[in-house]
Write a protein that binds this ligand. Structure first.
Ligand code: IPM
Ligand code: MN
Length: 371
């Protein structure tokens, strides 16, 4: 398969982790005789610095032409603490999601057995957790009308949803549930919000098309509590834009590091793959950023194009790295493995998956790990 991949590595640790994913995708292309080409463009703070625009036209054009987009991270503290800033890096990502029509954001959350004691949550609570969150991504309060009064003392953000916007993401979530443990939980705030009541009505009406899926509902405040109290009760979670943003960061605690959580953003025509973590400016250039979330996002890219065996090969290699504790300091504080070391081990493992012996001692000195 030929794939032209637009790479928007963005700010902070974005480029470091995205480089590892490119390495992994290249290894997969070699192993399975695919041709993947990568073309880079600017997005976020770095794009503002160089062009004044967080999503330059050239970048958008690349995304519209490419088969898929591999996204790094955006954000820079110099904009966060300045409420008067007119342009912000995040606007680049939001504009891109809207322009590409990426209405569904899919975020898998899994508790890896070897990492159970890395989570601040108790082992028996997180064991067997395997959730996928379907977050609506181009509607709701993120994109509703925003106002600020002339004297700057009052502001508003409109939250609105249409039946069509709810249905298209809900169909994907129902289908995901059908292929998994057949449970779908709609997270909303239907006791207060009119939009949430519409979500319940629309999703309930759809349930008869998916008779094998058990549908239940949870208010978002309760869901936030259940996520840390009993996360293994969840299979597929469906929710609106902002609740999905919050719940998925919370869920990342289960895995032991936000550096493990991948995501795919899907629309009718386009698809973008990105780690859920941010630009982690304090870590930039230090080689300590966990590349696994980005690499697992690349695996989701492979899944998206039906390259299921290839995706599985990536996930197996990632699991092997985790099992052997070849992980960055967020997961292995004393291992001394860098972003690059972890990426290279996963790459080596993909290239030599049948090799029986792994020399972990070679990893840090940048030599082949397979003997
Ligand atoms: C995410 C991020 C974005 C969001 C920001 C960077 C705009 O937090 O992808 O979860 O809120 O959607
Ligand atoms: Mn977020």
């Amino acid at each position: 398969m030929n794939l032209h991949i637009g790479v928007l590595s963005g700010d902070g640790i974005g480029p470091e982790v995205t480089n590892q994913s490119i390495k992994i995708l290249t290894a997969i292309a070699d192993k399975y005789q695919h041709t993947f080409t990568f073309q880079h463009e600017l997005v976020g703070a770095i794009a503002i610095d160089e062009t004044g625009n967080p999503l330059p036209q050239k970048t958008l054009n690349l995304c519209l032409e490419a088969d898929a987009v591999l996204f790094g991270a955006i954000g820079n503290p110099k904009y966060d603490n300045n409420p008067a800033a007119k342009v912000r890096p995040e606007q680049g990502l939001l504009a891109l999601r809207k322009a590409l029509g990426l209405f569904a954001n899919i975020r898998p959350v899994k508790a890896y057995d070897t990492l159970l004691d890395k989570s601040p949550l108790k082992k028996h609570i997180i064991q067997d957790t395997d959730i996928v969150i379907y977050r609506e991504l181009t509607g709701g309060i993120y994109f509703g009308e925003k106002t600020l009064s002339e004297d700057g003392t009052a502001a508003s953000d409109l939250c609105s949803y249409s039946k069509t916007e709810i249905e298209r993401v809900a169909h994907l979530a129902f289908k995901a549930a059908q292929s998994r443990r057949k449970k779908l939980t709609l997270v909303d705030k239907a006791n207060v919000l009119e939009t949430s009541r519409l979500w319940r009505k629309v999703v309930t009406a759809m349930a008869s098309q998916y008779p094998d899926v058990e549908l239940d509902f949870l208010f978002v405040d309760n869901a936030a509590m259940q996520m840390v109290l009993n996360p293994s009760q969840f299979d597929v979670i469906l929710t609106e834009n902002m609740f999905g943003d919050i719940i998925s960061d919370e869920a990342s605690v289960i895995g032991g590091s936000i550096g493990l959580l991948a995501s795919a953003s899907i629309g009718e025509k386009y698809a973008l793959f990105e780690p859920i973590h941010g630009s982690y400016p304090q870590a930039t250039g230090k080689g300590i950023a966990n590349p696994i979330a980005s690499i697992l996002s690349a695996a989701m890219l492979l899944d998206h194009f039906g390259l299921l065996e290839e995706a599985e090969t990536v996930r197996d290699a990632v699991e092997r790295a985790i099992d052997l504790e070849i992980c960055t300091p967020d997961l292995n504080a004393h291992g001394g493995y860098s972003t690059e070391n972890v990426g290279t081990f996963i790459e080596d493992f993909i290239e030599n998956v049948d090799a029986l012996h792994i020399n972990t001692g070679n990893i840090k000195v940048g030599q082949s790990t397979i003997i």
